[in-house]
Design a protein around this ligand. Structure first.
Ligand code: COA
Length: 260
């Protein structure tokens, strides 16, 4: 499929999605959110894609936020709809994808940009990255899950401070906060992220899918994460991957997972 606002490339088991509006610092407008939904959905269905990496084009930004020009004149109803639609199409969708998604944060990740990075399964940043939720400086609050996912990742007090001050933290502080897992040089960001992706690819895709579901269950209202884990654990025993993984171990050879 061809897109106007994003680029996609699949190679060696990795689909890389690049948000491509560098003149607008990759700000998320309505069309970009729809295109991202379609690209994530396609990559998740594609059997040759084992890991998805999302990044931004240009040297300055991952994503500098939701596109302010699109919602500046919205009323209460339109505002609520904007958040609900965005969460459904992109942010919740990415978090619940069964294919691992890594955010390679290559510059500014602000507002909706940081919210997108936080919806990914984990994050790696280049040393020039700057992260923040500046919405209160615009008279609004984070609406794409930021008030929920930021405290999950950095703790309530740090989230409160980041949101209230509308300030930015640099890559090292984000690492210190646990908001990103690794910091690399700008040149190393994609190669390093691909290296981690290759380590993930050696493992069972069906077991990884069960693990994502179980870990996410810990953060869902009204869902018992322990029960989810028991159910997903049990289901693994009925898979060809489990048979191959345990047999290969006992035969002292490398597992060749069929992904079933
Ligand atoms: N929405 C729409 N356009 C945006 C944008 C956003 N969130 N962030 C940046 N842009 C646009 C700018 O309007 C500018 O467009 P123009 O050249 O047509 O005027 C272009 O991207 C470059 O941005 P600019 O502000 O000139 O770059 P800078 O290096 O001076 O500043 C930032 C970089 C990130 C500090 C600044 O762009 C910024 O504060 N952006 C908004 C961040 C924000 O509040 N995000 C949360 C939104 S809810």
């Amino acid at each position: 499929m061809s897109y106007d606002n994003i680029l996609t490339n699949t190679e060696g088991g990795i689909t890389t999605i690049t948000i491509n509006r560098p003149n607008k610092l990759n700000a998320l407008n309505k069309d970009t959110i729809q295109e991202l939904h379609d690209a994530f959905s396609d990559a998740n269905k594609d059997k040759s894609t084992k890991v998805i990496i999302i990044t931004g084009s240009g040297e300055k930004a991952f994503v500098a936020g939701a596109d302010i020009s699109e919602f500046a004149d919205f009323d209460v109803k339109q505002g609520g709809k904007l958040a609900a639609k965005g969460q459904e199409l992109l942010f919740d969708f990415v978090e619940n994808l069964s294919t691992p998604v890594i955010a390679a944060v290559n510059g500014f990740a602000l507002g909706g940009g940081l919210e997108l990075a936080m919806a990914c399964h984990f994050r790696i940043a280049s040393s020039n990255a700057k992260m923040g939720l500046p919405e209160v400086s615009l008279g609004v609050i984070p609406g794409y899950g930021g008030t929920q996912r930021l405290p999950q990742l950095v703790g309530k007090g740090r989230a409160m401070e980041m949101v209230m001050t509308a300030g930015m933290i640099d890559a090292n502080q984000a690492l210190n906060y646990g908001l990103v897992n690794h910091v690399t040089s700008e040149d190393e960001l994609i190669p390093f992220t691909e290296k981690i992706a290759s380590r993930i690819m050696r493992n069972s895709t069906v077991a990884i899918k069960a693990a994502i579901k179980s870990i996410n269950a810990n953060f869902k209202d009204g869902v018992d994460g322990y029960k989810t884990e028991i159910k997903q654990f049990g289901k693994c025993f009925g898979t060809e991957d489990f048979n191959e993984g345990t047999t290969a171990f006992l035969e002292k050879r490398k597992a060749e997972f069929p992904g079933k």
